[in-house]
Design a binder for this molecule. Structure first.
Ligand code: ADP
Ligand code: GN1
Ligand code: MG
Length: 371
């Protein structure tokens, strides 16, 4: 859809002159545009049309992001040599002082400074990059651990709650709104076969063995920007930063950082979890976070990638059965392809589960003995 980006641009307190605006990135949720300004010494910007079907309360969503970015910025200010504009998302206020606007068509928009000279990867091809990603998320969680004030607003309730996601799947199977259920019996069976074991993280939470912390909840690798030297730069896409278990962030990052193929690869033989990338990410993550994690949290890190990859498979499958209402798709079978690819990745993780456990145990001992 064509939007009048220059008109939107003028509703925010920007510097520089609008030169051009083009669709940007490969996110599945919002409509994202990069705005280039005419002056080389002025910032470029990101403008997003927010998906308010998914995020029902835009004021609370933005309030979360304001609180999180203010807190992160305070932390960065204390670290000598920080490049704050590039290491933390910076919202641009609108003319009325709020950090979003609702235009005359009922579209919600927000704006950020464009983080210059970053690198973003949908696929990770080296342990060094995976390790940097792990450091970025470990640091992100550590910096938010002492954020003051009330708990963050739950922007999407029960987001990673697998019991909730399975209920939603079963509901759509019984409604069968677009007649696709019979075409996905095999995928449904693969999901149901694993449903009980996937509830373990929720059980540990209910038993008080693992705590709710402030987590990101959408740590797909392209939400972790690296710099020109492929070093950790900035964690973006803060819409789902809210209370969660550390396993959600660890699992989602491995789902993307250690996958040898794309999230929607149709040749399933290309999809595997690369154990070296898993190890490198875990090493980076634990180097920043091990001191804060309890024994249960550490023990279940190896299980987390199975849980989150499975959860995303359930969500893609549910959306396919529902007629593609949630995720952006580029062709008719897109959500089904994604679900199949994620299920293949779950199987690959299951095959390597023992080794994953050994790696985590060894890394936590090594990091522990250094501290
Ligand atoms: P979605 O929820 O749709 O994934 P994101 O907030 O992740 O939306 O933005 C989509 C993409 O836009 C990101 O993957 C990234 O490539 C790019 N992006 C978002 N914010 C910025 C920013 N401040 N600077 C540079 N690139 C950004
Ligand atoms: C969405 O927003 P984006 O594209 O980074 C989704 C994640 C899924 C991911 C699958 C708010 O992430 O939960 O894991 O797609 N975000 C939301 O690629 O639902
Ligand atoms: Mg994103």
């Amino acid at each position: 859809m064509g939007y009048n980006l220059i008109e939107i641009f003028r509703l925010f307190k920007t510097e520089g002159t609008f030169l051009k605006g083009e669709p940007y990135g490969s996110g599945h949720i919002h409509d994202t545009f990069r705005i280039e300004t005419a002056e080389p010494d002025k910032d470029d910007y990101i403008i997003q049309r927010l998906n308010n079907n998914i995020f029902k309360n835009i004021a609370q969503l933005q309030n979360n992001i304001e609180r999180v970015t203010v807190h992160l910025r305070k932390k960065l200010e204390k670290i000598p040599g920080s490049d704050i504009k590039r290491e933390c998302l910076q919202l641009i206020p609108a003319l009325d002082g709020k950090t979003w606007i609702c235009d005359k068509y009922g579209n919600y928009w927000r704006m950020y400074i464009f983080i210059s000279n970053h690198r973003s990867y949908n696929l990770v091809d080296s342990p060094d990059k995976a390790k940097e990603g792990g450091k970025a998320i470990g640091r992100f969680q550590a910096m938010l651990a002492d954020m003051p004030g009330d708990p963050l607003f739950e922007t999407i309730p029960k987001f990673h709650d697998i019991e909730n996601r399975l209920l939603a799947l079963n509901q759509k199977i019984s409604e069968n709104p677009v007649g696709r259920v019979d075409t996905v019996r095999d995928e449904i069976n693969q999901v149901l076969l694993r449903s009980e074991e996937m509830k373990v993280i929720l059980k540990l939470g209910r038993e008080g063995k693992i705590p709710l912390r402030i987590t990101h909840n959408d740590t797909k690798f392209n939400n972790i920007l690296l710099d020109q030297n492929d070093k950790a730069l900035c964690v973006i896409d803060l819409d789902t930063v809210m209370p969660g278990y550390v396993h959600y962030d660890f699992g989602d990052a491995i789902r993307t950082a250690a996958n040898t193929a794309s999230e929607d690869e149709t040749d399933l033989s290309k999809i595997e979890m690369n154990i070296n990338l898993f190890k490198a990410y875990a090493e980076g993550y634990l180097s920043e976070s091990a001191a804060t994690l309890n024994a249960f949290e550490k023990e279940y890190l190896a299980f987390a990638p199975r849980l989150i990859t499975y959860t995303i498979a359930v969500r893609f499958l549910t959306d396919y059965i529902d007629g593609d209402k949630y995720f952006k798709i580029h062709h008719e079978l897109h959500n089904l392809n994604r679900a199949r690819a994620q299920l293949k990745l779950v199987r690959s993780m299951e095959e390597q589960y023992e080794d994953m456990g050994i790696i985590i145990e060894k890394l936590t001992q090594e990091v522990g003995s250094r501290q």
